[in-house]
Ligand binder design. Structure first.
Ligand code: ADP
Length: 461
């Protein structure tokens, strides 16, 4: 049977409280009462000894039996539940409680029997007697017969102590039960309310609604982690969903433009409106090349993202990688009027040179594309903790804050219309990231619109 968290927690609290009460009662009945019984027995024995020594003392002090003192001791004993008789050496009775007040003695025995049976329904006790000799100067001068309800008895005070104890335990039990119920309910509410909210948000996410946030504030670490995770999940899914939509639109768009151009050119040539001269065929050829480049980029990315990239690592100086690439690009940068700057260093790195070349080429060609004539592109490298950092910084058009989180995603282009002229398909950075991550590194960007962009590649040394 499925139970709500609230019911289960409340029941658990009640169960624990009941268990505690049960063990406390068990311990009190088994041990407390056992020790109390032993205490009562010892007290009774001590009392008997005291009575005997009191009567002995009287004989020593007076040199003979003093009836009134003995009677006083006897009545006192009677009040404590003891029926005593003091006998002379020859067996004659000096004082006897039974003779003094036999009705009271019988009532007392009946009361004690009633006390014991009320506490222990199967109690089998009976009236017992013990004889203690009174020795004075080494000679027995008489004896005291002490009769009592045996093997031991609880007088009214003892019985009321035990009953009060049990009532206190019962009261504590009831109180703990009530506290357990209230605490259980409060705790369950604290847990179940945020969990229900998180479940509702998760349900919304599963239905494709990523905008509703789970606004649960909980002091419970796990719950606040769960809420955070669900909110992150919804954010990630939202981003993925937007990217997926954008990806489909982008691929369609990328294909449509060259295909439309090709179609219109071809139709014009077939209909004889245009002559199929070299210039027009060249333009068609360029569109086909653009299509081929896009498909090639897609294939490359699919390959890097699908399988684990196999790295052929070697140790080399960063300058060995950067300098030849800069030499290759120098003419293109000069043609656009952009200055290229590189501070050579002797830092070495252990990486797949070809893959890092691809990364640098992608970043450099972006700087070339997005920097205006008269601009400057700086390349530098440094060591930072366990990483070698390769930085490419330009003072070109930069990237807006809104675009920054997405530029490493496939097909993402900060400004579509502007980028169309540059010929970029929005895959270069996605490829660069896949390659750097395959090295166990990362790639970061800092940029401000209109002020340029700085890309940093972190590769473990
Ligand atoms: P693309 O082929 O469009 O350049 P990328 O994946 O290389 O694709 O880059 C994604 C987008 O990031 C680019 O369209 C561009 O808007 C932006 N971008 C990348 N590098 C720079 C840069 N150095 N300066 C300004 N914007 C850049």
């Amino acid at each position: 049977m499925k139970m709500s968290l609230r019911t289960r927690l409340s029941l658990s609290y009640v169960f624990i409280a009941l268990l505690c009460v049960f063990f406390i009662s068990l311990a009190s009945n088994l041990y407390l009462e056992k020790y109390f019984r032993e205490y009562v027995i010892k007290t009774q024995e001590k009392r008997n000894d005291e009575i005997v020594s009191m009567i002995g003392r009287q004989y020593i002090e007076d040199g003979k039996w003093n009836y009134s003192t003995i009677e006083e001791v006897g009545i006192n004993a009677l009040e404590q539940g003891l029926i005593i008789s003091i006998l002379k050496n020859d067996g004659s009775v000096i004082w006897s409680a039974l003779e003094y007040n036999s009705g009271l003695c019988q009532k007392m025995i009946m009361d004690l029997t009633h006390n014991m049976v009320s506490r222990y329904p199967n109690w089998k006790g009976a009236y017992e007697e013990r004889i203690y000799p009174i020795i004075v100067g080494g000679a027995e001068v008489g004896s005291v017969k002490i009769g009592y309800y045996g093997p031991f008895y609880f007088n009214d005070i003892d019985l009321s102590f035990i009953n009060t104890l049990n009532r206190v335990i019962f009261g504590i039990g009831l109180l703990s039960l009530a506290v357990a119920l209230v605490l259980g309910y409060i705790m369950a509410r604290k847990l179940s309310i945020p969990i229900s909210k998180v479940t509702k948000t998760a349900e919304m996410i599963s239905k494709g609604n990523f905008t509703d946030k789970c606004d649960v504030k909980s002091s419970i670490k796990e719950i606040s982690m769960l809420t955070g995770t669900i909110n992150n999940l919804s954010e990630t899914l939202y981003k993925q969903e937007s990217l997926r939509k954008r990806l489909t639109a982008d691929v369609a768009h990328e294909l449509r433009t060259p295909l439309a151009t090709l179609q219109s050119h071809m139709e014009a040539m077939i209909d004889g409106i245009w002559e199929a001269d070299v210039e027009r065929l060249k333009s068609c050829h360029e569109e086909i090349i653009r299509l081929g480049r896009l498909v090639g980029d897609l294939e490359k990315l699919a390959k890097y993202e699908k399988e684990a990239i196999m790295l052929k690592k070697t140790e080399f100086a960063i300058a060995e990688l950067v300098t030849p690439i800069l030499l290759n690009y120098q003419s293109e940068f000069s043609a656009k009027g952009i200055e290229l700057e590189y501070d050579e260093s002797s830092i070495k790195i252990c990486a797949d040179k070809d893959k890092l070349r691809q990364v640098l080429v992608n970043l450099l060609s972006n700087s070339l594309k997005y920097t205006q004539p008269g601009g400057i592109v700086k390349i530098s490298d440094r060591k930072e903790d366990d990483f070698v950092v390769l930085a490419i910084e330009d003072n070109g058009q930069g990237i807006s804050e809104a675009d920054l989180p997405f530029i490493f995603e496939r097909f993402y282009r900060a400004d579509e219309s502007r980028n169309r002229d540059t010929g970029g398909s929005g895959i270069g950075l996605a490829i660069a990231r896949a390659l750097v991550e395959a090295h166990g590194g990362s790639i970061s960007v800092e940029s401000e619109l209109g002020k340029g962009a700085k890309f940093e590649v972190f590769v473990p040394c």
